[in-house]
Design a protein around this ligand. Structure first.
Ligand SMILES: O=C(O)CCC(=O)C(=O)O
Length: 242
């Protein structure tokens, strides 16, 4: 994806936030000195339902081509998210996406688009090699000082987590078993923005009721509901001023 496209996407999310948010998708609060940066810059859930550019990106033909190769069949789009991750924001502890989407049988696939330089300083992205072949683990409670989400999957015995550095426009594809996550953005001035799409193969039989699956041409294709699902990452309450 080109830099002009990621710039346009970032400008769109800046405008959505400046307009005050949309209930059910994101509700930014005024920034407080020492307050939780994520309260002022919350992630945007399912932006494709409120914004045409996000919808076009979620259903983008370039993503579709790779996703169909990876899944070996037609795909359905299940979710979009945009994360601002401003300086000082907490990350999301190691987790597995299919713990939340509960695609059955099989799993989901993420297309994780970097909108900024994503590196170790600004709370990049870590993945645990080999876990994409594993089942779902039962998460433990995450450390609320460093993770905005409650679930934490300790890396299983084997290779340690590895950071994935990305440039704006890079897209990382991974399945719903891959253990991945991120630490806080420790830079004073660099956002770490990302747009994430989640997809399932057309042969999936069930998915969590939160996920309103669409064909890649944009028609609603409802799937029966699986149990135990929810939005990606159960959020702790925002941090108060320190
Ligand atoms: O932003 C992050 O650190 C992780 C986000 C993510 O991968 C997810 O929502 O599944």
């Amino acid at each position: 994806m080109g830099r002009a496209e990621t710039d346009r996407l970032c400008a769109r999310f800046a405008a959505l936030r400046a307009a005050g948010g949309v209930p059910g998708h994101f509700e930014p609060r005024g920034a407080e000195p020492g307050g939780d940066p994520l309260a002022a810059w919350p992630r945007v859930m399912q932006p494709h339902e409120i914004d045409g550019l996000s919808r076009a990106l979620l259903l983008d033909a370039r993503l579709r081509e790779v996703l169909e190769l990876l899944l070996g069949e037609e795909v359905l789009a299940a979710q979009s998210m945009f994360s601002f991750k401003p300086p000082g924001a907490r990350g999301q502890a190691l987790h597995q996406d299919n713990f939340y989407l509960r695609v059955e049988p099989g799993t989901c696939v993420a297309a994780w688009l970097a909108c900024d330089v994503i590196d170790r300083d600004n709370g990049g992205l870590d993945v645990v090699p080999g876990t994409h072949r594993m089942e779902l683990f039962r998460p433990e409670e995450a450390d609320a000082e460093v993770s905005f989400a409650r679930e934490y999957v300790p890396p299983p015995p084997g290779p340690a987590p590895v950071p994935v550095d990305m440039a704006p426009g890079d897209v990382l594809f991974f399945n719903g078993s891959l253990v991945h996550g991120s630490g806080p953005n420790r830079t004073p001035d660099r956002f770490r923005r990302s747009f994430i799409g989640h997809y399932v193969g057309r042969s999936a039989e069930r998915i969590g009721g939160y996920y309103r699956t669409l064909s890649m041409s944009g028609e609603r294709v409802p799937l029966p509901e699986s149990e135990g699902a929810g939005p990606c990452g159960t959020e702790f309450a925002p941090h108060g001023p320190h």
